[in-house]
Design a protein around this ligand. Structure first.
Ligand code: GLC
Ligand code: CA
Length: 567
Protein backbone atom coordinates (compact mmCIF):
# COMPACT_ATOMS: atom_id res chain seq x y z
CA UNK A 1 0.00 0.00 0.00
CA UNK A 2 1.30 3.42 -0.88
CA UNK A 3 1.26 5.87 2.02
CA UNK A 4 -1.41 8.45 1.07
CA UNK A 5 0.76 11.11 2.75
CA UNK A 6 3.85 10.32 0.66
CA UNK A 7 3.84 13.84 -0.81
CA UNK A 8 4.10 15.74 2.48
CA UNK A 9 7.88 15.55 2.74
CA UNK A 10 8.95 14.51 -0.72
CA UNK A 11 12.05 15.40 -2.73
CA UNK A 12 10.78 16.45 -6.14
CA UNK A 13 12.99 17.10 -9.16
CA UNK A 14 11.77 19.44 -11.88
CA UNK A 15 12.48 18.32 -15.42
CA UNK A 16 12.27 20.92 -18.14
CA UNK A 17 11.79 18.30 -20.87
CA UNK A 18 13.09 20.25 -23.85
CA UNK A 19 16.39 20.82 -22.09
CA UNK A 20 16.90 17.56 -20.21
CA UNK A 21 18.08 14.93 -22.73
CA UNK A 22 17.67 14.68 -26.49
CA UNK A 23 17.35 11.08 -27.69
CA UNK A 24 17.18 11.64 -31.46
CA UNK A 25 19.59 14.46 -32.18
CA UNK A 26 17.08 17.12 -33.23
CA UNK A 27 18.30 19.49 -30.51
CA UNK A 28 15.17 19.22 -28.36
CA UNK A 29 15.02 17.16 -25.22
CA UNK A 30 12.29 14.53 -25.35
CA UNK A 31 10.36 11.84 -23.51
CA UNK A 32 12.65 8.98 -24.55
CA UNK A 33 15.53 11.12 -23.34
CA UNK A 34 14.00 11.15 -19.87
CA UNK A 35 13.45 7.40 -19.98
CA UNK A 36 17.12 6.92 -20.86
CA UNK A 37 18.12 8.75 -17.67
CA UNK A 38 15.97 6.95 -15.15
CA UNK A 39 19.05 5.41 -13.53
CA UNK A 40 20.51 8.85 -13.03
CA UNK A 41 17.28 10.09 -11.45
CA UNK A 42 17.20 7.01 -9.27
CA UNK A 43 20.73 7.75 -8.07
CA UNK A 44 19.40 11.02 -6.63
CA UNK A 45 17.02 9.27 -4.17
CA UNK A 46 14.04 11.26 -5.43
CA UNK A 47 10.44 10.70 -4.48
CA UNK A 48 9.06 12.28 -7.62
CA UNK A 49 9.80 14.20 -10.76
CA UNK A 50 7.71 17.05 -12.09
CA UNK A 51 7.66 17.51 -15.84
CA UNK A 52 7.18 21.01 -17.20
CA UNK A 53 4.82 20.94 -20.23
CA UNK A 54 5.57 18.37 -22.91
CA UNK A 55 2.26 18.82 -24.74
CA UNK A 56 1.88 19.85 -28.37
CA UNK A 57 2.91 23.47 -28.50
CA UNK A 58 4.22 26.10 -30.87
CA UNK A 59 6.62 27.10 -28.06
CA UNK A 60 5.56 30.71 -27.85
CA UNK A 61 6.23 30.40 -24.12
CA UNK A 62 8.45 27.36 -23.72
CA UNK A 63 5.50 24.95 -23.86
CA UNK A 64 3.27 26.91 -21.47
CA UNK A 65 1.15 27.51 -24.55
CA UNK A 66 -0.62 24.18 -24.83
CA UNK A 67 -2.36 23.20 -28.05
CA UNK A 68 -3.66 19.84 -26.82
CA UNK A 69 -3.80 18.96 -23.14
CA UNK A 70 -4.18 15.25 -23.64
CA UNK A 71 -1.28 14.47 -25.88
CA UNK A 72 2.50 14.57 -26.22
CA UNK A 73 4.19 17.04 -28.55
CA UNK A 74 5.20 14.98 -31.61
CA UNK A 75 8.55 16.77 -31.41
CA UNK A 76 9.01 15.16 -27.99
CA UNK A 77 7.48 11.73 -28.55
CA UNK A 78 4.17 9.93 -28.31
CA UNK A 79 1.73 8.89 -25.62
CA UNK A 80 3.23 5.43 -25.91
CA UNK A 81 6.66 6.88 -25.10
CA UNK A 82 5.08 8.66 -22.16
CA UNK A 83 3.60 5.43 -20.82
CA UNK A 84 6.96 3.73 -21.16
CA UNK A 85 8.66 6.55 -19.30
CA UNK A 86 6.03 6.50 -16.57
CA UNK A 87 6.45 2.78 -16.13
CA UNK A 88 10.24 3.05 -15.95
CA UNK A 89 10.07 5.85 -13.40
CA UNK A 90 7.53 4.01 -11.29
CA UNK A 91 9.68 0.92 -11.40
CA UNK A 92 12.54 3.01 -10.04
CA UNK A 93 10.30 4.16 -7.20
CA UNK A 94 9.85 7.66 -8.62
CA UNK A 95 6.40 9.24 -8.86
CA UNK A 96 5.45 11.65 -11.62
CA UNK A 97 3.84 15.08 -11.61
CA UNK A 98 2.70 16.74 -14.81
CA UNK A 99 2.15 20.44 -15.34
CA UNK A 100 -1.41 21.63 -15.91
CA UNK A 101 -1.80 25.04 -17.57
CA UNK A 102 -5.44 25.98 -17.04
CA UNK A 103 -5.38 29.77 -17.30
CA UNK A 104 -4.74 29.86 -21.01
CA UNK A 105 -4.28 27.58 -23.99
CA UNK A 106 -2.19 28.08 -27.08
CA UNK A 107 -3.74 30.02 -29.94
CA UNK A 108 -3.26 26.76 -31.85
CA UNK A 109 -5.70 24.93 -29.58
CA UNK A 110 -8.64 23.62 -31.61
CA UNK A 111 -11.08 25.57 -29.45
CA UNK A 112 -9.35 28.84 -30.17
CA UNK A 113 -9.30 28.12 -33.88
CA UNK A 114 -13.02 27.31 -33.72
CA UNK A 115 -13.66 30.52 -31.85
CA UNK A 116 -11.88 32.58 -34.48
CA UNK A 117 -13.78 30.85 -37.24
CA UNK A 118 -17.16 31.60 -35.72
CA UNK A 119 -19.15 34.77 -35.26
CA UNK A 120 -18.98 37.10 -32.25
CA UNK A 121 -21.41 36.01 -29.58
CA UNK A 122 -21.26 32.36 -30.63
CA UNK A 123 -20.90 29.54 -28.14
CA UNK A 124 -17.39 28.67 -29.23
CA UNK A 125 -16.20 32.19 -28.41
CA UNK A 126 -17.64 31.81 -24.90
CA UNK A 127 -14.79 29.44 -24.01
CA UNK A 128 -12.38 32.36 -24.17
CA UNK A 129 -12.73 36.04 -23.34
CA UNK A 130 -13.70 37.93 -26.48
CA UNK A 131 -14.92 41.53 -26.31
CA UNK A 132 -15.64 44.35 -28.72
CA UNK A 133 -13.04 47.06 -28.93
CA UNK A 134 -13.52 50.69 -28.10
CA UNK A 135 -13.33 53.64 -30.47
CA UNK A 136 -15.41 54.39 -33.49
CA UNK A 137 -14.73 51.10 -35.22
CA UNK A 138 -13.63 49.03 -32.30
CA UNK A 139 -10.04 49.81 -33.14
CA UNK A 140 -8.99 50.38 -29.52
CA UNK A 141 -8.58 47.62 -26.93
CA UNK A 142 -11.55 47.14 -24.56
CA UNK A 143 -9.52 48.55 -21.63
CA UNK A 144 -6.00 49.31 -20.37
CA UNK A 145 -5.20 45.89 -18.86
CA UNK A 146 -1.62 44.79 -19.43
CA UNK A 147 -0.09 41.38 -19.97
CA UNK A 148 2.78 39.72 -18.07
CA UNK A 149 4.65 39.69 -21.32
CA UNK A 150 3.84 43.34 -21.98
CA UNK A 151 2.27 45.44 -23.34
CA UNK A 152 -1.54 45.08 -23.76
CA UNK A 153 -3.50 42.08 -22.51
CA UNK A 154 -5.76 42.35 -25.58
CA UNK A 155 -5.16 41.38 -29.17
CA UNK A 156 -7.50 42.12 -32.01
CA UNK A 157 -8.72 39.34 -34.26
CA UNK A 158 -9.95 39.24 -37.82
CA UNK A 159 -13.43 38.06 -38.61
CA UNK A 160 -13.75 34.95 -40.76
CA UNK A 161 -14.31 37.30 -43.74
CA UNK A 162 -11.01 39.07 -43.08
CA UNK A 163 -12.39 42.31 -41.65
CA UNK A 164 -11.07 43.48 -38.26
CA UNK A 165 -13.08 41.96 -35.45
CA UNK A 166 -13.24 41.49 -31.70
CA UNK A 167 -10.38 41.46 -29.19
CA UNK A 168 -9.44 38.61 -26.85
CA UNK A 169 -7.83 38.67 -23.44
CA UNK A 170 -4.40 37.17 -22.72
CA UNK A 171 -2.67 37.79 -19.42
CA UNK A 172 0.47 36.33 -20.97
CA UNK A 173 1.58 36.33 -24.63
CA UNK A 174 -0.95 36.86 -27.46
CA UNK A 175 -0.32 33.21 -28.34
CA UNK A 176 -1.81 32.33 -24.93
CA UNK A 177 -5.52 33.29 -24.95
CA UNK A 178 -7.12 33.13 -21.49
CA UNK A 179 -9.93 30.65 -20.95
CA UNK A 180 -13.28 31.80 -19.63
CA UNK A 181 -13.49 29.86 -16.37
CA UNK A 182 -17.14 30.75 -15.87
CA UNK A 183 -17.88 28.47 -18.79
CA UNK A 184 -18.94 24.96 -17.77
CA UNK A 185 -17.48 23.42 -20.89
CA UNK A 186 -14.04 24.74 -19.93
CA UNK A 187 -14.41 23.45 -16.38
CA UNK A 188 -15.44 20.00 -17.58
CA UNK A 189 -12.69 19.80 -20.14
CA UNK A 190 -10.06 20.25 -17.45
CA UNK A 191 -11.68 17.58 -15.33
CA UNK A 192 -11.38 15.37 -18.38
CA UNK A 193 -7.68 16.26 -18.70
CA UNK A 194 -6.96 15.57 -15.04
CA UNK A 195 -8.77 12.26 -15.34
CA UNK A 196 -6.90 11.41 -18.53
CA UNK A 197 -3.48 11.70 -16.86
CA UNK A 198 -4.62 10.24 -13.54
CA UNK A 199 -5.99 7.18 -15.32
CA UNK A 200 -2.64 6.76 -17.07
CA UNK A 201 -1.01 6.58 -13.64
CA UNK A 202 0.27 10.12 -13.15
CA UNK A 203 0.61 10.75 -9.42
CA UNK A 204 0.33 14.51 -9.16
CA UNK A 205 -0.16 17.85 -10.83
CA UNK A 206 1.57 21.20 -10.73
CA UNK A 207 -1.00 23.89 -11.40
CA UNK A 208 0.28 26.83 -13.42
CA UNK A 209 -0.79 30.35 -12.35
CA UNK A 210 -3.48 28.84 -10.15
CA UNK A 211 -4.50 32.25 -8.83
CA UNK A 212 -5.58 33.79 -12.14
CA UNK A 213 -8.30 31.55 -13.54
CA UNK A 214 -11.34 33.52 -12.43
CA UNK A 215 -11.83 37.12 -13.54
CA UNK A 216 -14.59 39.57 -12.81
CA UNK A 217 -15.42 40.56 -16.36
CA UNK A 218 -18.38 42.62 -15.19
CA UNK A 219 -15.76 45.19 -14.27
CA UNK A 220 -14.32 45.35 -17.74
CA UNK A 221 -14.53 49.13 -17.71
CA UNK A 222 -12.29 49.45 -14.68
CA UNK A 223 -8.71 50.55 -15.20
CA UNK A 224 -6.05 47.98 -14.25
CA UNK A 225 -2.77 49.31 -15.54
CA UNK A 226 -0.35 47.13 -13.53
CA UNK A 227 0.01 43.38 -13.29
CA UNK A 228 1.29 42.65 -9.83
CA UNK A 229 -0.61 39.78 -8.28
CA UNK A 230 1.25 40.25 -4.99
CA UNK A 231 -0.38 43.55 -4.22
CA UNK A 232 -4.01 42.72 -4.82
CA UNK A 233 -4.92 42.72 -1.15
CA UNK A 234 -6.29 39.88 0.90
CA UNK A 235 -10.03 40.15 0.38
CA UNK A 236 -10.23 37.97 -2.70
CA UNK A 237 -12.21 40.56 -4.63
CA UNK A 238 -9.65 41.77 -7.15
CA UNK A 239 -10.68 41.87 -10.80
CA UNK A 240 -8.02 39.50 -12.07
CA UNK A 241 -6.10 37.69 -9.35
CA UNK A 242 -6.62 35.51 -6.33
CA UNK A 243 -10.38 35.80 -6.37
CA UNK A 244 -12.31 33.85 -3.78
CA UNK A 245 -14.36 32.09 -6.44
CA UNK A 246 -11.23 30.49 -7.93
CA UNK A 247 -11.31 28.03 -5.04
CA UNK A 248 -14.55 26.48 -6.29
CA UNK A 249 -12.53 25.06 -9.16
CA UNK A 250 -10.02 23.36 -6.91
CA UNK A 251 -12.67 21.94 -4.62
CA UNK A 252 -14.19 20.24 -7.61
CA UNK A 253 -10.76 18.92 -8.66
CA UNK A 254 -10.10 17.53 -5.19
CA UNK A 255 -13.24 15.40 -5.47
CA UNK A 256 -11.73 13.82 -8.56
CA UNK A 257 -8.26 13.40 -7.03
CA UNK A 258 -9.73 11.59 -4.04
CA UNK A 259 -11.34 8.99 -6.24
CA UNK A 260 -7.88 7.53 -6.85
CA UNK A 261 -5.83 5.31 -4.63
CA UNK A 262 -3.61 6.82 -3.47
CA UNK A 263 -5.33 10.16 -4.01
CA UNK A 264 -3.71 12.27 -6.69
CA UNK A 265 -1.83 15.22 -5.32
CA UNK A 266 -1.39 18.75 -6.54
CA UNK A 267 0.67 21.83 -5.92
CA UNK A 268 -0.42 25.34 -6.79
CA UNK A 269 1.75 27.94 -8.39
CA UNK A 270 0.09 30.98 -6.87
CA UNK A 271 1.96 34.25 -6.90
CA UNK A 272 0.08 35.85 -4.03
CA UNK A 273 0.97 36.86 -0.48
CA UNK A 274 1.85 33.96 1.80
CA UNK A 275 -1.34 33.99 3.86
CA UNK A 276 -3.53 33.86 0.75
CA UNK A 277 -1.32 31.29 -0.91
CA UNK A 278 -2.09 28.77 1.77
CA UNK A 279 -5.78 28.82 0.85
CA UNK A 280 -4.89 26.89 -2.32
CA UNK A 281 -3.19 24.27 -0.15
CA UNK A 282 -6.23 23.42 1.93
CA UNK A 283 -6.87 19.68 2.16
CA UNK A 284 -10.15 19.97 0.26
CA UNK A 285 -8.36 21.83 -2.55
CA UNK A 286 -4.94 21.31 -4.11
CA UNK A 287 -3.22 20.23 -0.88
CA UNK A 288 0.00 22.15 -1.37
CA UNK A 289 1.24 25.46 -2.76
CA UNK A 290 4.66 26.56 -3.92
CA UNK A 291 6.46 28.73 -1.45
CA UNK A 292 8.72 31.03 -3.41
CA UNK A 293 9.64 33.22 -0.46
CA UNK A 294 13.13 31.79 -0.07
CA UNK A 295 13.94 32.19 -3.69
CA UNK A 296 13.68 35.95 -3.40
CA UNK A 297 16.18 36.28 -0.57
CA UNK A 298 19.80 37.27 -0.53
CA UNK A 299 22.02 34.78 1.26
CA UNK A 300 21.54 36.15 4.77
CA UNK A 301 20.75 34.45 8.06
CA UNK A 302 17.93 36.56 9.49
CA UNK A 303 15.60 36.63 6.46
CA UNK A 304 16.13 32.92 5.84
CA UNK A 305 15.22 32.05 9.40
CA UNK A 306 12.20 34.32 9.41
CA UNK A 307 10.94 32.91 6.12
CA UNK A 308 11.26 29.36 7.37
CA UNK A 309 9.43 30.12 10.60
CA UNK A 310 6.62 31.88 8.82
CA UNK A 311 6.09 29.21 6.23
CA UNK A 312 6.12 26.32 8.64
CA UNK A 313 3.48 28.06 10.68
CA UNK A 314 1.36 28.95 7.69
CA UNK A 315 1.44 25.48 6.19
CA UNK A 316 0.44 23.96 9.49
CA UNK A 317 -2.46 26.36 9.90
CA UNK A 318 -4.09 24.93 6.76
CA UNK A 319 -3.18 21.31 7.45
CA UNK A 320 -0.62 21.24 4.67
CA UNK A 321 3.15 20.87 4.68
CA UNK A 322 5.51 23.49 3.37
CA UNK A 323 7.30 23.42 0.06
CA UNK A 324 10.79 24.86 -0.49
CA UNK A 325 12.14 26.16 -3.75
CA UNK A 326 15.42 27.85 -4.57
CA UNK A 327 15.48 27.32 -8.32
CA UNK A 328 13.09 26.77 -11.19
CA UNK A 329 12.73 27.48 -14.90
CA UNK A 330 11.62 31.07 -14.30
CA UNK A 331 14.40 32.34 -12.06
CA UNK A 332 18.08 33.18 -12.19
CA UNK A 333 20.01 30.22 -10.80
CA UNK A 334 21.17 30.58 -7.21
CA UNK A 335 24.78 29.62 -8.01
CA UNK A 336 24.85 32.90 -9.91
CA UNK A 337 22.59 35.00 -7.76
CA UNK A 338 24.52 34.34 -4.55
CA UNK A 339 27.79 35.29 -6.27
CA UNK A 340 26.57 38.79 -7.03
CA UNK A 341 26.46 41.69 -4.59
CA UNK A 342 23.30 41.74 -2.40
CA UNK A 343 20.32 43.38 -4.00
CA UNK A 344 21.71 43.16 -7.53
CA UNK A 345 19.00 43.80 -10.10
CA UNK A 346 19.32 40.45 -11.83
CA UNK A 347 17.46 41.53 -14.92
CA UNK A 348 19.75 44.50 -15.45
CA UNK A 349 22.75 42.28 -14.87
CA UNK A 350 21.47 39.83 -17.50
CA UNK A 351 20.78 42.65 -19.92
CA UNK A 352 24.44 43.63 -19.58
CA UNK A 353 25.38 40.00 -20.44
CA UNK A 354 26.87 39.75 -16.97
CA UNK A 355 29.18 42.68 -17.40
CA UNK A 356 27.60 45.29 -15.14
CA UNK A 357 28.73 43.60 -11.93
CA UNK A 358 31.46 41.14 -11.23
CA UNK A 359 30.30 37.63 -10.43
CA UNK A 360 32.20 35.77 -7.71
CA UNK A 361 31.83 32.25 -9.09
CA UNK A 362 33.35 30.42 -6.11
CA UNK A 363 31.31 32.30 -3.56
CA UNK A 364 28.11 31.77 -5.54
CA UNK A 365 28.64 28.02 -5.68
CA UNK A 366 29.62 27.77 -2.04
CA UNK A 367 26.53 29.64 -0.93
CA UNK A 368 24.32 27.70 -3.32
CA UNK A 369 25.52 24.45 -1.75
CA UNK A 370 25.05 25.76 1.77
CA UNK A 371 21.57 27.07 1.05
CA UNK A 372 20.34 23.90 -0.58
CA UNK A 373 21.53 21.73 2.29
CA UNK A 374 19.83 24.00 4.76
CA UNK A 375 16.66 23.76 2.69
CA UNK A 376 16.75 19.99 2.25
CA UNK A 377 16.79 19.38 5.97
CA UNK A 378 13.57 21.26 6.57
CA UNK A 379 10.20 19.62 7.17
CA UNK A 380 8.12 19.56 3.99
CA UNK A 381 8.87 19.14 0.30
CA UNK A 382 12.16 19.98 -1.34
CA UNK A 383 11.99 21.04 -4.98
CA UNK A 384 15.11 20.71 -7.11
CA UNK A 385 15.41 22.14 -10.58
CA UNK A 386 17.40 20.17 -13.14
CA UNK A 387 21.02 21.22 -13.26
CA UNK A 388 21.21 22.69 -9.80
CA UNK A 389 22.64 19.36 -8.60
CA UNK A 390 25.53 20.09 -10.97
CA UNK A 391 25.99 23.57 -9.55
CA UNK A 392 25.07 25.06 -12.91
CA UNK A 393 25.07 28.82 -13.08
CA UNK A 394 22.82 31.01 -15.16
CA UNK A 395 24.10 31.36 -18.71
CA UNK A 396 24.21 35.13 -18.69
CA UNK A 397 25.72 35.85 -22.08
CA UNK A 398 23.30 34.13 -24.46
CA UNK A 399 23.28 36.02 -27.74
CA UNK A 400 20.21 38.05 -28.51
CA UNK A 401 19.43 36.07 -31.63
CA UNK A 402 19.34 32.85 -29.61
CA UNK A 403 16.81 34.02 -27.04
CA UNK A 404 13.44 32.24 -27.03
CA UNK A 405 11.61 33.70 -24.04
CA UNK A 406 8.74 36.01 -25.04
CA UNK A 407 9.87 38.27 -22.22
CA UNK A 408 12.83 39.29 -24.35
CA UNK A 409 10.99 40.02 -27.57
CA UNK A 410 7.95 41.63 -26.01
CA UNK A 411 9.35 43.87 -23.30
CA UNK A 412 10.63 46.72 -25.38
CA UNK A 413 10.58 50.48 -25.42
CA UNK A 414 11.21 52.51 -28.51
CA UNK A 415 13.10 55.74 -28.70
CA UNK A 416 13.46 58.14 -31.62
CA UNK A 417 16.99 58.05 -32.91
CA UNK A 418 18.86 59.83 -35.65
CA UNK A 419 21.66 58.03 -37.39
CA UNK A 420 24.25 59.77 -39.53
CA UNK A 421 25.42 57.88 -42.60
CA UNK A 422 28.92 59.08 -43.35
CA UNK A 423 29.24 57.96 -46.93
CA UNK A 424 25.90 59.29 -48.00
CA UNK A 425 26.36 62.33 -45.77
CA UNK A 426 22.87 62.23 -44.51
CA UNK A 427 21.01 61.73 -41.28
CA UNK A 428 18.13 59.33 -41.16
CA UNK A 429 15.50 59.52 -38.47
CA UNK A 430 14.62 56.15 -37.04
CA UNK A 431 13.54 54.37 -33.90
CA UNK A 432 15.79 52.51 -31.51
CA UNK A 433 14.31 49.40 -29.96
CA UNK A 434 15.47 48.83 -26.40
CA UNK A 435 14.78 45.53 -24.70
CA UNK A 436 13.95 45.88 -21.03
CA UNK A 437 14.04 42.20 -20.06
CA UNK A 438 16.49 39.53 -21.11
CA UNK A 439 14.18 36.74 -20.05
CA UNK A 440 14.51 33.27 -18.60
CA UNK A 441 16.51 31.36 -21.18
CA UNK A 442 19.70 31.49 -19.12
CA UNK A 443 18.39 28.89 -16.68
CA UNK A 444 16.90 26.71 -19.43
CA UNK A 445 20.06 25.80 -21.30
CA UNK A 446 20.20 22.03 -21.98
CA UNK A 447 21.99 19.89 -19.42
CA UNK A 448 25.60 18.80 -19.95
CA UNK A 449 25.83 15.03 -19.58
CA UNK A 450 29.40 14.58 -20.77
CA UNK A 451 32.64 16.50 -20.63
CA UNK A 452 32.87 17.01 -24.38
CA UNK A 453 30.95 16.34 -27.55
CA UNK A 454 28.73 18.43 -29.76
CA UNK A 455 26.22 19.34 -27.05
CA UNK A 456 28.02 17.86 -24.05
CA UNK A 457 26.08 14.62 -24.31
CA UNK A 458 22.70 16.35 -24.36
CA UNK A 459 22.16 14.95 -27.83
CA UNK A 460 24.04 14.08 -30.96
CA UNK A 461 23.25 17.42 -32.62
CA UNK A 462 23.40 21.02 -31.48
CA UNK A 463 21.16 21.93 -28.58
CA UNK A 464 18.17 24.24 -29.06
CA UNK A 465 19.83 26.83 -26.81
CA UNK A 466 23.62 27.02 -27.11
CA UNK A 467 25.67 25.80 -24.14
CA UNK A 468 28.74 27.70 -22.96
CA UNK A 469 32.18 26.05 -22.94
CA UNK A 470 32.31 25.86 -19.17
CA UNK A 471 29.36 23.44 -19.15
CA UNK A 472 31.71 20.50 -19.77
CA UNK A 473 33.36 20.87 -16.39
CA UNK A 474 29.91 20.78 -14.77
CA UNK A 475 28.75 17.74 -16.71
CA UNK A 476 27.36 14.65 -15.02
CA UNK A 477 30.32 12.70 -16.38
CA UNK A 478 32.87 14.98 -14.71
CA UNK A 479 30.98 15.53 -11.48
CA UNK A 480 30.14 11.88 -10.96
CA UNK A 481 33.86 11.15 -10.73
CA UNK A 482 35.06 14.25 -8.95
CA UNK A 483 35.47 14.14 -5.20
CA UNK A 484 33.68 16.98 -3.50
CA UNK A 485 31.57 17.82 -6.56
CA UNK A 486 28.17 19.39 -6.18
CA UNK A 487 26.59 16.27 -7.63
CA UNK A 488 28.28 14.14 -5.01
CA UNK A 489 26.94 16.44 -2.30
CA UNK A 490 23.38 16.38 -3.66
CA UNK A 491 23.42 12.60 -3.88
CA UNK A 492 24.69 12.23 -0.35
CA UNK A 493 22.29 14.82 1.04
CA UNK A 494 19.24 13.40 -0.71
CA UNK A 495 20.08 9.86 0.37
CA UNK A 496 20.54 10.97 3.96
CA UNK A 497 17.39 13.03 3.83
CA UNK A 498 15.41 10.03 2.75
CA UNK A 499 16.85 7.93 5.55
CA UNK A 500 16.46 10.53 8.28
CA UNK A 501 13.09 11.97 7.33
CA UNK A 502 10.99 12.27 10.44
CA UNK A 503 7.89 14.02 11.76
CA UNK A 504 7.21 17.52 10.52
CA UNK A 505 8.44 19.29 13.64
CA UNK A 506 11.46 21.50 13.98
CA UNK A 507 13.18 23.05 16.94
CA UNK A 508 15.36 26.15 16.69
CA UNK A 509 18.62 25.98 18.61
CA UNK A 510 20.02 29.27 19.78
CA UNK A 511 23.58 29.93 18.67
CA UNK A 512 26.20 32.42 19.79
CA UNK A 513 26.22 34.12 16.38
CA UNK A 514 23.41 35.93 14.60
CA UNK A 515 24.96 34.62 11.37
CA UNK A 516 24.57 30.98 12.34
CA UNK A 517 21.22 29.28 11.94
CA UNK A 518 20.73 25.93 13.68
CA UNK A 519 17.62 23.77 13.66
CA UNK A 520 16.99 20.26 14.87
CA UNK A 521 14.41 17.67 13.86
CA UNK A 522 12.84 15.41 16.53
CA UNK A 523 15.16 12.47 15.79
CA UNK A 524 18.26 14.57 16.32
CA UNK A 525 18.94 15.33 12.64
CA UNK A 526 20.34 18.85 12.75
CA UNK A 527 21.36 21.45 10.24
CA UNK A 528 23.72 24.30 11.04
CA UNK A 529 24.47 27.04 8.51
CA UNK A 530 27.07 29.71 8.95
CA UNK A 531 25.93 32.42 6.58
CA UNK A 532 28.48 35.20 6.90
CA UNK A 533 29.94 34.91 10.38
CA UNK A 534 33.38 34.09 11.77
CA UNK A 535 34.35 30.41 11.99
CA UNK A 536 31.84 28.73 14.27
CA UNK A 537 32.74 25.92 16.66
CA UNK A 538 30.30 23.06 16.19
CA UNK A 539 28.48 21.53 19.15
CA UNK A 540 29.05 17.92 20.17
CA UNK A 541 27.49 15.29 17.96
CA UNK A 542 28.17 13.18 14.91
CA UNK A 543 28.95 15.08 11.72
CA UNK A 544 27.00 13.57 8.82
CA UNK A 545 27.72 15.78 5.84
CA UNK A 546 28.84 19.27 5.04
CA UNK A 547 28.39 21.49 2.02
CA UNK A 548 32.07 22.45 2.04
CA UNK A 549 35.25 21.67 3.96
CA UNK A 550 35.23 22.27 7.72
CA UNK A 551 38.21 23.87 9.39
CA UNK A 552 40.43 22.20 11.95
CA UNK A 553 38.94 21.97 15.43
CA UNK A 554 35.34 21.32 14.24
CA UNK A 555 34.97 24.80 12.92
CA UNK A 556 32.26 25.72 10.43
CA UNK A 557 33.44 28.46 8.06
CA UNK A 558 31.08 30.98 6.53
CA UNK A 559 28.89 30.01 3.57
CA UNK A 560 28.80 26.41 4.77
CA UNK A 561 26.10 24.08 6.09
CA UNK A 562 26.72 20.98 8.12
CA UNK A 563 24.29 18.21 9.01
CA UNK A 564 24.81 16.53 12.35
CA UNK A 565 23.14 13.95 14.51
CA UNK A 566 22.64 15.61 17.88
CA UNK A 567 20.76 13.39 20.29
C1 GLC B 1 4.12 30.12 -14.98
C2 GLC B 1 5.28 29.36 -15.57
C3 GLC B 1 5.96 30.22 -16.59
C4 GLC B 1 4.97 30.59 -17.67
C5 GLC B 1 3.69 31.20 -17.09
C6 GLC B 1 2.59 31.24 -18.11
O1 GLC B 1 4.51 31.20 -14.24
O2 GLC B 1 6.14 28.92 -14.55
O3 GLC B 1 7.08 29.60 -17.13
O4 GLC B 1 5.55 31.50 -18.55
O5 GLC B 1 3.22 30.47 -15.99
O6 GLC B 1 2.06 29.98 -18.33
CA1 CA C 1 14.71 15.22 -29.51
Amino acid sequence: MIDPDWWRQAAIYQIYPRSFKDSNGDGLGDINGITSKVDYLKSLSLDAVWLSPFYPSELADGGYDVADYRNVDPKLGTLKDFDKMLKALHKAGIKVFVDIVPNHSSDHHIWFKEALASAPGSKTRERYIFRDGKGKNGELPPNDWVSHFAPSAWTRTNNPDGTPGQWYLHLFAPEQPDFNWDNREVQLDFIKTLKFWSDRGVDGFRIDVAHALKKDMKRINASYPGIDSFSVGTKGTDILFDRNDVHEIYREWRKLFDQYNPPRVAVAEAYVVASRRMLYARPDELGQAFNFDMLNLDFKAAPFKKTIEQNLKLAKSEGSSSTWVLNNHDRVRTATKYGLPDGTDLNQWLLSDGKSKKLDIDLGLKRHRAAIMMMMGLPGCTYIYQGEELGLREVEDLKHEDLQDPNWARNIVTKPQSVYFKKERKTIQGVAVIHTEKGRDGCRVPLPWSKSGRSFGFGSGDSHLPQPNWFGEHSVEVEAKKKGSTLEMYKAALALRKKLQTSEDLEWIKTSSAEVVHYRRPNGWSSITNFRGADFTLPAGEILLSSGPLKAGRKLPKATTVWMMIK
